[in-house]
Design a protein. Structure first.
Length: 576
């Protein structure tokens, strides 16, 4: 082959020799499998399929080094694993025609030395680019013909989505390969990888990691970063933590990167407040009921059921491939179902807005499924994705609330089976969205007034058994008593009075006025939802009117009490 074209060849075997021995933790069996495939008479081209970040390229480097050792089979020991430097080739070719011809020449040159080379392809686009120009299509066909004739060993790596799009659609191409699926390393294996790699980071940053850092990095990324794979996510945590440490180093007398930096990086990645990362879950979850009862009054059984489910999830007893929790809240409107969902968002993620709320009355038609996962390819809005999938992809840690789930089209309930059972959902683009860090809550008023023994039969008229069986708990909400309403009115009034106090308006609501609010809520068919409107009409609007008319000034006090007829409340400015 001409020397002019050899500059576009990357020799991975030579790189491995230059770098020295690479210890691949837990990958010895995989290397032996790849060697066995390469030695076959037919279909001797390994097709390595694995998610991004699990070490496919590292496995290639380990294989390249292994083939230089005496332990390697003599048939392969003389061969070098080589790839094509497409970036350099594109940079130096000024026209498409020149690029195509040069690439063909490089491939021909490699094939002329088939007894010396194993061709490595890490860009599957070389094999299938029908979405681009005719030149790319022609190039893909050219390379495929070379592969199918069996002249040379070829080692291809790809991810599952590309495997489905490229190889499963071209059976003749797939038959030329021996498919080998690479699994994600375990937490134990990842710990060993990090122990080997951490010295590289320490030398680069001139720091040292604390003794417990590696194990903490593996635990934290496994606990919070479920949409990425080991070992990449754990290695990234080491990298970012050391970088963050250097930014703070002016204030540090030590060169040790402590666990607080791992927590800070996780907090930045996930948007979970730092104290939620650093505080032990067992301490918070042991007292989950106490926190939730501060906001959700009169629904102690529901609070206990939800708290127990959260503890099961965090203890590791629940299937880790499902959402943190999935619940069907049953009850009439205005008794606390949505309030408990908001409380859970604040408790788990320290943010009441960490809640994606979907009103299922808007998803009653068959075509509404596309709004959740995105329109099919070629349809308007395809690039924007779906409300549900994009919402969870952008914020993996949140509560997802499906309001009035009984109104959803049956196809949507079928879609949710995958979320409830496997903790993931594939959108219209073929991208898998991880739901394992979400809490799934569905609300319904079906069978809300029925006895417990009749409720399940009534629910099966609306929901299939396989749907109900995948839910962690069906949580009934009870009617609120007058005592419960007094506490709820007190909570909402205190919030309003604090807002007014912040503006320097001092409001007192006497007992008669408080009892009036309780009576109005008790007789309302909208339940506690009516309270917000009552407070707006009876306190916020009159106060705003007095402020606009300059009849009340900051620093003054006001009284909310019953009017003379005792039929409604009234606001007065107290005389100083």
């Amino acid at each position: 082959m001409s020397e002019n074209y050899e500059k576009y060849i990357i020799d991975y075997t030579q790189k491995a020799l230059d770098q020295g021995k690479t210890n691949l933790v837990g990958r010895q069996a995989e290397i032996q499998t790849l060697v066995q495939i390469l030695m076959r008479k037919t279909r001797r081209n390994p097709l390595l399929v694995g998610e991004t970040g699990i070490g496919k390229t590292a496995l290639l480097e380990g294989l390249a080094y292994y083939l230089t050792t005496p332990e390697a089979p003599e048939l392969l020991r003389a061969k070098h694993i080589v790839g094509i430097d497409l970036a350099q080739l594109m940079l130096e070719c000024t026209t498409t025609e020149e690029y195509k011809n040069t690439l063909k020449a490089v491939i021909d040159g490699i094939y002329q030395k088939a007894d010396q080379y194993i061709l490595y392809i890490n860009d599957s686009s070389l094999l299938e680019r029908t979405d681009l120009t005719p030149e790319h299509v022609e190039m893909a066909k050219f390379l495929k013909l070379k592969l199918l004739d069996g002249t040379i060993n070829c080692f291809v790596e790809t991810d599952p989505s590309t495997f489905r799009l490229v190889f499963e659609r071209d059976l003749s191409l797939l038959q030329a390969f021996h498919t080998f699926v690479l699994e994600e390393p375990t937490a134990k294996e990842t710990t060993q990888i990090l122990l080997q790699k951490k010295q590289d980071f320490e030398d680069f940053y001139h720091v040292r990691f604390s003794p417990q850092f590696v194990e903490a990095a593996v635990y934290l990324t496994g606990r919070y970063i479920k949409h990425r794979c080991y070992p990449e996510k754990a290695l990234d945590l080491l990298d970012d933590s050391a970088s963050l440490f250097l930014m703070d180093k002016a204030d540090k007398s030590s060169d040790e990167v402590g666990l607080e930096y791992a927590s800070r990086v996780i907090s930045m990645w996930t948007k979970i407040p730092l104290e939620k990362v650093t505080t032990e879950d067992r301490d918070r979850l042991a007292h989950a009921e106490d926190y939730l009862r501060k906001r959700v009054v009169g629904q102690d059984p529901a609070v206990v059921v939800v708290s127990n489910a959260l503890r099961r999830s965090r203890s590791g007893l629940q299937d880790p491939n499902r959402p943190i929790g999935s619940f069907l809240f049953i009850g009439e409107t205005g008794i606390g179902k949505t309030e408990l969902a908001k409380s859970l968002a604040e408790f788990m993620f320290d943010d009441e807005t960490a809640l994606l709320r979907l009103d299922m009355s808007e998803y009653m038609e068959k075509n509404s499924v596309t709004r959740l996962i995105g329109p099919p390819p070629g349809s308007p809005g395809f690039e924007l994705g779906g409300i549900l999938t994009e919402g969870v992809r952008a914020r993996p840690f949140q509560v997802v609330l499906f309001d009035e789930i009984e109104k959803a089209h049956p196809d949507i309930l079928t879609l949710l089976l995958q979320v409830l059972d496997e903790g993931r959902l594939t959108d219209s683009k073929g991208v898998t969205v991880d739901f394992r860090n979400t809490i799934i809550i569905m609300t319904s008023n079906v069978a809300s007034n029925m006895p417990t023994y009749q409720r399940l039969d009534a629910l099966t008229n609306y929901f299939r058994p396989e749907f109900l069986n995948r839910i962690d708990d069906i949580v009934p909400f009870h009617q609120l008593t007058e005592d419960h309403l007094k506490k709820i009115v007190g909570i909402h009034l205190n919030k309003l009075l604090k807002r007014a106090e912040a503006l320097d308006y001092h409001i007192t609501v006497d007992e008669k006025a408080r009892d009036w609010f309780v009576d109005e809520v008790y007789t309302s068919k909208f339940g506690v939802r009516a309270l917000k409107r009552l407070l707006q009409h009876q306190i916020e609007n009159p106060l705003a009117f007095l402020i606009m008319q300059d009849k009340v000034k900051p620093g003054q006090s006001l009284l909310v009490t019953m009017n003379a007829e005792g039929k409604k409340v009234q606001m007065f400015v107290k005389k100083s």
